[in-house]
Design a protein around this ligand. Structure first.
Ligand code: ARG
Length: 720
């Protein structure tokens, strides 16, 4: 008896809900409502989520696929992060008209700039379809489960989309134990309204990224446009600003320690129920491999970016994206070790296995996990190097996209009539779209170096017996391994014997495709060797592993949910709307060190380094600082507050999320997490986990005093 209580207690400690932790489903927020009120919320339950009347959900949207944004006026004006608008801003910039460097603010609707490819996704409704999915999948497991689930999802989504009126998704929660059908409306006419100069929007650069204390002014503004009926329509000058059912008023009153703060948004992915074996593999194999590949890739890119302004603008968005998760994986590994996450997970798992035995659930789930991880481990590194090293080369990606065409040629090699025109067109179009998506980030100088370096890195890290045959047959044939020159010579050879590196040559191939020409192209031969080797011999192992893992993870969580009676549990992030609540709070990163909950302009100026790539600031800002001219945006203490901290539970995808006070007013834009809690996607640590927020007053100061955009200040509902 005593033992089982202890065991239960340990399991609860491992999995139980703690205040601040949790990415809750807005539709089910009722169960947390009382606690939110105790913490300082003054809105009604219906204000948070209501399907028939306007509620928070109508003011929050998924921005551009990977970020969050919020409506801040009734006419479609939205706020998101600078790093979320970064790609659009860089794409709209030229060396002569450099919006990224100089900043940009539209002073009327006419000056707003169409941001091609940027989308705004609004939530219409959510429905629990768990029962229907369970009926559809029955007792299936493994591949069978996936097939049945996908068939159900496809049919349901098609029906619910009403011929393109909506976007519908059936999404899995709790590792496949609960399912929701989610309906959205997608707007595609989105225009850039304003952004600070990069020196402020990305102040601190990669050095300060994922760190506190922070002074970044990480915001940008866009506007959603619609047709005359407020419905989505592709860009057109006749479109008008989208009229929103709900937008967030802004509080310029400032925040203090202990204030209630909640965040709505679209967190991408967490893995809080990951088992110790998975954490072990990340810490020892996959994370260090990702970091090693990115180290080299970033180095090459950066050198070429600094040498040319055109290349800088061309590569900066990709660079920031790669660098962001390069540092993420460094931090995650460091914190998983520091916080002994593997040991803690193991203890919880031992207790879980004991509970299983006591309840005669002799599934031995953890032993099964152990076995599949052991079987997979010899291939894990190769899988990372395939995507992070081989595919770091844009040339390799472009050439890979011709593989389906090549396969078709092979299939029809003995037919008299050869490939039909339709088939040929289909594969040529596939290759063209693969090509187009890579040309934007294709810089010849960078690419020549990238191919040489990545080919060498792959050779040095992937187990020798797993390497593609191009090394033995071509690259190293008759040569002494270990010399750099082999790889630079090989790269030079490939670039002078390929039609992929020149878009005119590529297009003429597409006009008159030929099997012989494709087969003899050096870049294609290179890609073919890697792709064939990997997809034939290793990808099946990766896929089998992930199917087995999904089955076990579903079972594992099912038992945990039974054991806990489903109480206080929230599902892992899955790119659907969530709400998290907590408060404004400082923290102690290490023994003897205290971090305040906010930073100021004084701290920013202390970091200022003229002409530095990361720590420069606009001269206008220096003048405003000297004059202490912060206008109505100054704090009661006279300083201008820049960023602050809350205890909310967010992750990647939440970027740009509104931080909302107890009255439902916007107090800032969430934009980052802190170094000491970089393990947070796998294990939430209450002591260290913080959200980094750009204070709304800092944003308004930049819009007003640097951007002189009175039009925007007037458009918002700002409360003192
Ligand atoms: N760490 C931030 C996030 O993931 C992104 C910051 C982007 N800035 C950068 N320096 N790469 O939301």
């Amino acid at each position: 008896m005593k033992k089982s209580i202890l065991v239960l207690l340990a399991v609860f400690m491992m999995l139980g809900s703690r205040a601040d932790e949790g990415m809750w489903i807005p539709m089910l927020i009722g169960k947390n409502y009382d606690e939110m009120v105790r913490m300082g919320l003054r809105l009604s339950e219906e204000d948070l989520y209501n399907i028939n009347h306007s509620s928070m959900k109508d003011a929050i949207l998924q921005f551009g696929g990977g970020c969050t944004a919020e409506m801040i006026s009734e006419n479609g004006l939205l706020l998101t992060n600078h790093h979320c608008g970064y790609d659009a801003i860089a794409t709209l910039s030229t060396v002569d008209k450099n919006l990224l460097d100089n900043g940009f603010f539209a002073h009327n609707l006419k000056e707003e700039l169409p941001a091609q490819g940027v989308t705004a996704l609004f939530l219409v409704s959510m429905e629990d379809v768990t029962k229907k999915v369970k009926e559809a999948v029955g007792n299936a497991s493994g591949e069978e489960f996936n097939k049945k689930f996908e068939a159900f999802a496809k049919e349901t989504e098609e029906k619910s989309a009403e011929k393109g009126k909506y976007v519908a998704n059936v999404k899995s929660y709790f590792n496949g134990n609960q399912f929701f059908l989610i309906i959205y409306k997608r707007y595609t006419d989105v225009r850039l309204v304003g952004n600070p100069p990069k020196s402020l929007g990305k102040f601190g650069g990669e050095t300060d990224n994922w760190m506190w204390p922070r002074h970044t002014c990480d915001f940008s503004m866009f506007r959603v446009y619609a047709d005359e009926n407020n419905q989505p329509k592709a860009y057109s000058i006749s479109n008008v600003p989208y009229h929103t059912k709900k937008f967030l008023p802004v509080s310029a009153a400032g925040v203090k320690e202990g204030d209630f703060a909640m965040i709505f948004g679209y967190p991408g992915r967490t893995n809080r129920y990951e088992v110790s074996y998975g954490v072990d593999l990340s810490v020892n194999v996959t994370n260090p491999s990702i970091v090693a590949c990115r180290d080299l890739r970033l180095n090459i890119m950066h050198r070429h970016m600094l040498a040319s302004k055109v290349t800088y603008l061309q590569l900066t968005s990709l660079y920031a994206r790669i660098a962001n998760y390069w540092k993420y994986f460094i931090g995650q590994t460091e914190q998983l070790k520091r916080l002994n996450v593997i040991d803690k997970k193991r203890k919880g798992e031992d207790a879980f296995s004991a509970w299983e035995r006591e309840n005669h659930l002799d599934n031995g789930l953890l032993a099964k996990f152990s076995k599949i991880y052991a079987d997979y481990t010899p291939y894990a590194k190769h899988s990372v190097y395939y995507s992070e090293c081989f595919r770091a080369s844009a040339l390799a990606r472009m050439a890979s996209s011709m593989k389906p065409l090549y396969d078709a040629y092979e299939r029809h090699a003995n037919d008299k009539q050869g490939i039909s025109k339709d088939t040929l067109d289909k594969y040529i179009n596939m290759a063209k779209s693969g090509y187009r998506s890579n040309t934007k980030e294709f810089d010849l100088g960078t690419e020549k170096e990238m191919l040489a370096e990545m080919t060498e890195l792959y050779y040095n890290n992937v187990p020798k017996e797993q390497l593609p045959d191009i090394y033995a047959k071509v690259i190293l044939k008759g040569k002494k391994e270990g010399t750099k020159k082999i790889y630079s010579d090989y790269s030079a050879y490939v670039f002078s014997h390929t039609f992929f590196a020149d878009s005119n040559k590529f297009m003429s191939f597409c006009k008159a495709p030929s099997y012989a020409k494709l087969k003899s192209d050096a870049a294609f031969q290179y890609a073919l060797s890697y792709v064939t080797n990997y997809t034939k011999n290793y990808q099946p192992k990766v896929e089998a592993f992930s199917i087995q893992k999904a089955d076990l993870a579903r079972q594992y969580l099912k038992e945990i949910m039974e054991q806990k009676n489903f109480k206080n549990m929230y599902p892992d992030a899955n790119s659907t709307m969530r709400v998290t609540y907590g408060k404004v709070q400082s923290y102690d990163p290490q023994d003897g060190v205290h971090f305040k909950y906010y930073t100021t302009m004084d701290g920013l100026m202390a970091k200022y380094k003229p002409n530095d790539e990361e720590f420069d600031v606009p001269t206008d800002l220096v003048s405003l600082y000297k004059a202490k001219d912060y206008g109505r945006w100054a704090d009661a203490d006279g300083s201008l507050h820049t960023d602050f901290l809350t205890t909310d539970d967010i992750t990647g995808g939440n970027s740009g999320s509104p931080v909302i006070n107890g009255n439902g007013e916007l107090i800032g834009a969430a934009f980052d997490g802190n170094w000491e809690a970089m393990s947070g996607d796998i294990a939430f640590d209450k002591k260290y986990k913080r959200t980094i927020v750009c204070d709304i007053r800092y944003i308004l100061f930049v819009v007003d005093k640097l951007g002189h955009a009175d039009n925007l200040i007037k458009e918002m509902d700002i409360r003192e």
